[in-house]
Design a protein around this ligand. Sequence first.
Ligand SMILES: Cc1cc2nc3c(=O)[nH]c(=O)nc-3n(C[C@H](O)[C@H](O)[C@H](O)COP(=O)(O)OP(=O)(O)OC[C@H]3O[C@@H](n4cnc5c(N)ncnc54)[C@H](O)[C@@H]3O)c2cc1C
Length: 396
Amino acid sequence: MAGIMVIGGGIAGTATALALHKAGFEVTVHEAHPDTGEDIGAFLTLASNGMRALAQIDAAEPVAGLGFPISRMNVIDETGTELAAVPLGEPDHPLTRYRCLRRAELGAALQHELRRRGIPIRHAARLTALREDETGATVEFADGSSATGELVVGADGLRSTVRSQLDPAAPGPEYAGQRVFYGYTTAAVPVDGEPDRITMVRGSGAAFGYLVSPAAETYWFARVPGPAATAEEIAGTTPEQWREHLLPLLRPDRTPAADIVAATDERLMVTNALHLAPGTRWQGRRTVLIGDAAHAASPATGQGASMALEDAVVLAKALRDADTTASALDCYELHRRPRVEQNITVSAQLTASRTRPPGSSGPQAQDSARPASRVDDELIRLLDWDTPLPGSGRDA
Ligand SMILES: Cc1cc2nc3c(=O)[nH]c(=O)nc-3n(C[C@H](O)[C@H](O)[C@H](O)COP(=O)(O)OP(=O)(O)OC[C@H]3O[C@@H](n4cnc5c(N)ncnc54)[C@H](O)[C@@H]3O)c2cc1C
């Protein structure tokens, strides 16, 4: 029987394969896409907790060479008045400080790391069916091939097939109430943006955020409450039409948001904010879910990728340290479920409270409560590769 089968070669799947390989397991990644990814140009921020997880599996260095670091966050209101200015994460640490990077670059770097370490990744391998018993699991792919192994790790994202194979009644993703727009512009925009700062705008019609890269490119996003964009609308609306839709929401405010959007050319995209309701079943006898397949949150907290990276480290430690697969999966779930479901809840609250939650808004809310992004001693111990996982049996 051929080791552990990771389904999905996105952020969670590649990081899990790196972690399992480091722990001494034989692992193969099966990815539906024929090449390195289906990126449509999106960017994301990796928080210090995610970078710290990458450091545990010796993958922070290649990622720290991508994109650019962010060390501070400013919050302004619709009049442009500064409400807060806070340091982010571990700003002085070259490997674990926040980073902003393109999703495609991150995916390519992690897949490159797999190949460099000799971990097999099969592309064009779309899982369609899964069977499991006490001793192992068999997976089937759309091309008619199949594979067997001792464990299946479902890292196949928001619309996970592994999740629906595990529990056909499992609810799918729900619309969280906001459309998310994002784009880039290199046009000269009068923004007061320093290269290591993210500015969050509590706008009157949208929550807006922007960063200026060291190459003077402005990266931005807008979260706009309202009905979900339909597939037809997304396919049939041009970037110019989306721009015209967004501008009236941003123009009334005395912030740079409208000028940034007006200067954006065709690199303007839209998607719906989706999440999974807490309570999704994560385990079968020989199957476990990680990343968005298990606990997708709406994007407001900006923690989905970092949570997936934490999952990877904790799952590999659990399998390394526990006596049986079943106890390892229980231990993984025990450590991960409260934290990731809190992230779903906080993100949903930020989303539901539209652009102005009482007393707080956007990522600064994470920095005030007990933020998922805060790297405290408990998290450091949980992620630390050399510290046995509490409750695994090896920690006694
Ligand atoms: C608009 C937006 C902005 C975001 N911004 C941020 C941010 O700033 N910071 C942050 O941390 N997170 C952010 N996120 C969340 C983050 O993108 C996700 O949490 C993260 O990508 C989850 O990684 P994953 O590997 O679990 O899933 P995915 O990245 O979706 O990867 C799943 C992989 O599985 C493959 N797959 C799917 N089905 C199958 C199958 N049947 N068989 C084989 N392979 C399959 C897919 O091709 C894909 O490669 C954002 C999300 C959105 C929508």
